[in-house]
Unconditional design. Sequence first.
Length: 313
Amino acid sequence: MTAAAWTRKDLLGIAELSVDEIELLLSTAESFAEVASRPVKKVPTLRGKSVVNLFLEPSTRTRVSFEMAAQRLSADVVNFGSEGSSQSKGETLADTAATIASMSPDFVIVRHAHAGVPAQLARRLRCGVINAGDGAHEHPTQALLDALTIRRHKGRIDGLTVAMVGDITHSRVVRSNIHLLTRLGARVRVAGPRTMVPRGITELGVEVHHAVEPALEGADVVMMLRLQLERQRSVLFPSLGEYSRLFGLDAGRLELASPDAIVLHPGPMNRNVEITSEVADGNRSMILEQVGHGVAVRMAALYLLAGAREARA
Ligand code: NCD
């Protein structure tokens, strides 16, 4: 598939993408990754276009990453947070959407605590909408940057064993990664306390473990997740200390994985809860590289969606 064949105006989730679309996003991101190593990190592709960053949930890396991606493509960016926005004054989503629409942006990047908000906005707005994380639903650009990081180290995704450990129930990162990795032929294991693994998850084609050790055994990629305390409605574990003892990744446990396993974490990390500093800062950790790849992936998404908009106009 070539860029000219891309027809979507929005990027809402990995679930609805074909293997060809995922591959195109990844190969386009590969070519943008090269821009980051140039002395002048800017290309004129989106000159004259505007991007609204609508982040109605906390974020550091994702928001900055989208902002940087848009700027490297020469677009203008406006940031819009929940604090100080009319949403905190009780404005409905429909009114926020109508307000944004009347300013005619080319893209809206949206992060929201409720699943489905990006899709609702996409239906209401003519501009392109990118989901930057909606509730526990999806976070497509995170899964793409994880895949790019894995591919750059392992040369492939097909046939790899990937273990994702932690709060599976509340993780949109896990959901997007499961769709992407299983579609590209990886074997996916999820592990977490029973209270943090949803029952139906096996239907997505993953292996489920309620202890970390069997999930790590021989894994090529180990992805640790943050406890989503802000989404947990009850106490799902006796204490952070106990969680860390049973599910945390330390150097000893990492020995169970393949000798050349890489370690990922979407961030923000809770050091010494889900991962020790020794592992997070160690030579198997690709955590900072993931962040770098985030910019390339978001440039690729903006570039492909912009092409589809132009073809439509
Ligand atoms: C993740 C998110 O917000 O879903 N972070 C991110 O985007 N890098 C994971 C998390 O918050 O734990």
